[in-house]
Design a protein around this ligand. Structure first.
Ligand SMILES: *Cc1c(COP(=O)(O)O)cnc(C)c1O
Length: 374
């Protein structure tokens, strides 16, 4: 009964939330079942010990699926940590950057800036690239990473601003990437990175867990004493069981990873992202009322950010979205405008519904725009 209700309520909505965001319906159903009875054990997932073989199996399967999808070998370890991506802004420099040493950072938006602020508490930060001068509407790609940088940090997809790296800088310096909002959305050579982290609540599950993939040879090089819970090496040694891990969020991540694999892996996720984002951007670009300020080659396939210049009209459009069951399309508070997030689980039909609404709104109001400019 309860599962049925979840389903029928959902059918009416188009969930464009930026995070926490849409998850596959079958993942929600399986997660709901596991809360009531985990794999026929007669116990809830929330009631079993994290060191039981039941949960250790969950962890091991999740880790091996991450490695399989990313095609990583045993030089890398996979951790599931508390604290979200924001904790990694601090934990990365704490583990990798000694005081007096320098790390290179790209400043391409809200999240990258926060990472820079945290890193500067631990060592020197060299901002090697920034697109702040043009309100983060592009990615600066022509920059030099000094060879003595401990690492280069970048945000693979700028969730708030709507830009995304479609190829990555070539450098011998280890690259650390915040992939919170485009993890598992495309094929890439993950071995280009020394560390990858992602909060789960955008493309891989529920809030409360953070994925960290790390090449083990970059660890153990700083002199500072680390609190035990902050030291990546302790988590590796304990197999993500240093203390009680976020069991529910890890289980939802496992269900999502299984779903990604079953649907055809990263190749298929990428095909869907291409299909959805091309439809969205080509529609927006064809409508006079809407303006996407992001440089075409840097546009995000996960989060499209655009505007209706006239604020009253924009608010009217946002109201119409609401009336049509379209959730989460209002832009980030500091950016404004409209943001359509198209994560893995978002069906093409939702993007189509949005495009249909945008087109009819455009056609109904375009004469107003012409009058205003006359
Ligand atoms: C959402 C987001 C974060 C913050 O994640 P939390 O899990 O809330 O700490 C960091 N980086 C990026 C790119 C994000 O999209």
């Amino acid at each position: 009964m309860f599962i049925l209700r979840l389903q029928t309520n959902k059918m009416k909505k188009h969930n464009f939330n930026s995070g926490p965001s849409i998850l596959p319906q079958e993942v929600l159903e399986q997660a709901a079942k596991a809360v009531l009875d985990f794999n026929g054990t007669g116990l809830s997932l929330l009631e079993i010990g994290h060191r039981t073989p039941w949960f250790v199996d969950v962890l091991e399967e999740a880790k091996s699926l991450v490695k399989e999808l990313m095609q990583l070998d045993d030089n890398y370890d996979v951790l599931f940590l508390h604290g979200g991506a924001t904790t990694q802004f601090m934990q990365v420099p704490m583990n990798l950057l000694d005081s007096g040493e320098t790390a290179a950072y790209c400043d391409n938006g809200v999240w990258g800036s926060k990472a820079i602020k945290e890193a500067s508490l631990f060592g020197n930060v060299n901002v090697v690239a920034s697109s702040k001068d043009k309100k983060y509407t592009y990615l600066e790609k022509d920059f030099i990473v000094p060879a003595d940088s401990k690492y280069l940090h970048l945000t693979s997809n700028n969730t708030v601003e709507g830009t995304q790296w479609h190829s990555f800088p070539r450098t011998n310096v280890p690259i650390v990437a915040d992939m919170s909002s485009d993890i598992f959305s495309r094929e890439m050579d993950f071995k280009e990175f020394a560390a990858i982290y992602a909060g789960a609540q955008k493309n891989m599950g529920a809030a409360g867990v953070n994925l960290l993939v790390i090449r083990k040879d970059i660890l153990g090089k700083v002199q500072r004493k680390l609190p035990a819970i902050m030291d990546y090496r302790n988590h590796i040694e304990a197999g993500s069981l240093l203390n009680t891990p976020p069991v529910f969020a890890i289980y939802v991540a496992l269900l999502t990873l299984r779903w990604i694999k079953k649907e055809g892996g990263l190749k298929e996720m990428e095909r869907r992202a291409n299909e959805k984002s091309s439809l969205l951007y080509s529609t927006i670009d064809s409508l006079l009322l809407f303006n996407c300020p992001i440089v075409k080659e840097d546009r995000s396939k996960m989060n499209a950010v655009f505007f209706i210049e006239d604020e009253a009209l924009q608010n009217k459009f946002l109201d119409e979205c609401k009336a049509h069951g379209m959730i989460g399309v209002k832009g980030y508070r500091t950016v404004g405008g409209i943001r359509v997030s198209m994560y893995n689980a978002l069906p093409l039909e939702s993007v189509q519904a949005f495009c249909d609404l945008a087109t009819s709104f455009n056609n109904a109001h375009i004469h107003q725009l012409e009058q205003m400019s006359a």
